[in-house]
Design a protein around this ligand. Structure first.
Ligand code: PLP
Length: 478
């Protein structure tokens, strides 16, 4: 936005209007900006959308119901939502080089569920309807419908295990995907902690899933999608990639060739708000083969499309098509490497011994603390992270042994590789100065800890220095 003074004045006016209706909401909104500006955000799944993206979400595009999809709506008067959805999809197709894009999903989980149901429709429902000579499930007899319903629930999915960095939506029981599918998880090599494609192929041959999923929330390495495609082809599986975390690195042409999922996968799901730096939301890309089934996502799985968010997706995708964004995406990875090297040189153990994406996963066992204690001590010291399991985690999924770090947000603020080295110094200093307290049974606590005042204060001062060097939305005042 060129005239930041005008933008600031516009937001001030809007916030005053909100204040008159519900002052607590205006205050929380103002405070959130203050807090975001003052925190050293290393949460790998978060970012800062641009002011144009944020502004696009605050409009009357939100007021229109538009169930269905472009040109096939269940409501009248959807011409402007049609424009918004078509423009966003066009940007998505051209940015990623995909045959088809669906920009309606409200979040990553919604995108995954929508995509799974589209694949089930294509692979299970359509052949069943053809077999019975009918066009719709409504035309099936009660007994044929019962058979089909059971068949939906009898399909197999194979995805990455949670403690190796996979996501709940890849067939795990706490998520509906784990209740829909029989699931088997592939992990990583116990020595290298890297994906072992031969082992995955062997498991796939044995399990024969309908769907093979690749993608992660906490794996600090790239995936060879060409190899995963070969595995899927060998067993006749549909190959799906969840690029929620690394979509920005695909958009920014960091992941190319075998590391680019688009030419290799049948269906690709993503969020739009992590490394892609758009509004909170989801998206599905696919080959033409699945287009008609995914287009039925609303109302099959999704509620009415959010016109204002699809509009913001279009703006963010337009931004992601610039050289500036490509430079940003490369800087995200350079910064992650600098952070990893900085931590290793200060004695911090890393899962897979490093990174080649935007994630660094620390294994904090050598400091005799749990992931939970490390996360809390780092927060006391001005560094926002989240605890995470490591492969074969001895502390389980609640206390954990890992802390996940990510560089998309700080890179958006303009942090450089030398700044990341300073951040590594702060993190290592806090870990060294944190000790578990002793429980009444004389054992080390898994939750309580002590962090020395000196280390905490030093880190807080450093955080302030770095944040002042790289202000968030500089010149924007509310
Ligand atoms: N898929 C992956 C790989 C993720 O990491 C996440 C979120 O962390 C999701 C899906 C879910 O995204 P959302 O929170 O937008 O539903």
């Amino acid at each position: 936005m060129s005239d930041l003074n005008a933008v600031s004045t516009a937001y001030q006016t809007l916030l005053s209007a909100i204040e008159q209706v519900e002052p607590r909401i205006a205050a929380a909104t103002r405070q959130e900006l203050t807090d975001q500006r003052a925190s050293l955000k290393l949460i790998a799944s978060e970012n800062y959308a641009s002011l144009p993206v944020l502004a696009t979400m605050g409009t009357w595009m939100s007021d229109k119901y538009a169930e269905g999809t472009v040109g096939r709506r269940f409501y009248a008067g959807c011409q402007n939502v049609d424009t918004v959805e078509a423009v966003a999809a066009e940007h998505a197709r051209e940015l990623f080089g995909a045959e088809y894009a669906y920009v309606q999903p409200h979040s990553g989980i919604d995108a995954n569920l929508t995509a799974y149901w589209a694949v089930l429709a294509h692979e299970i429902e359509t052949p069943a309807l053809a077999e019975h000579g009918v066009r719709s499930v409504n035309d099936l007899s009660e007994s044929d419908w019962e058979v089909l319903r059971k068949k939906f629930g009898d399909q197999r999915l194979m995805g990455m295990s949670l403690d190796a960095g996979g996501h709940l939506t890849h067939g795990f029981r706490p998520n509906v995907s784990g209740k829909m599918f029989h699931q088997r998880a592939y992990g990583t090599d116990p020595e290298t902690q890297l994906l072992d494609y031969d082992a995955i192929a062997e498991q796939a041959r044995d399990f024969k899933p309908l769907i093979l999923v690749a993608g992660y929330s906490a794996y600090p390495r790239r995936i060879n999608f060409a190899k995963m495609r070969e595995i899927a082809d060998e067993i006749g599986a549909v190959f799906m990639v969840d690029m929620a975390h690394f979509a920005g690195l695909v958009a920014g042409k960091v992941f190319t060739g075998d590391e680019d999922p688009i030419p290799h996968a049948d269906v690709i799901m993503t969020t739009t708000h992590k490394s892609l730096r758009g509004p909170r939301g989801g998206m599905i890309l696919a080959t033409e083969k699945y287009a008609a089934d995914i287009d039925r996502g609303c109302p099959l799985v999704l509620g009415g499309p959010l016109g204002h968010v699809m509009a913001a997706k279009a703006v963010a995708l337009a931004e992601a098509r610039t050289q500036e964004f490509r430079d940003y995406a490369h800087a995200v990875v350079d910064n992650a490497r600098a952070l990893a090297e900085g931590l290793k040189s200060r004695g911090v153990r890393l899962v897979t011994d490093g990174t080649d994406n935007h994630i660094v996963l620390m294994d904090v066992r050598d400091f005799n603390v749990t992931g939970r204690q490390a996360e809390a001590a780092l927060l006391d010291a001005g560094i926002v992270t989240n605890r995470n399991s490591v492969p074969n985690d001895p502390n389980g999924a609640w206390y954990t042994t890992g802390v996940r770090l990510g560089t998309p947000a700080l890179t958006s603020r303009g942090f450089s590789t030398s700044d990341m080295d300073a951040v590594a110094d702060m993190i290592a200093g806090v870990l060294k100065a944190t000790k578990p307290t002793t429980t009444s049974k004389g054992e080390p606590s898994k939750a309580k800890y002590e962090l020395t005042d000196d280390a905490r204060q030093h880190s807080l001062n450093e955080a302030e220095r770095l944040l002042d060097l790289h202000p968030l939305y500089p010149g924007f005042e509310i």
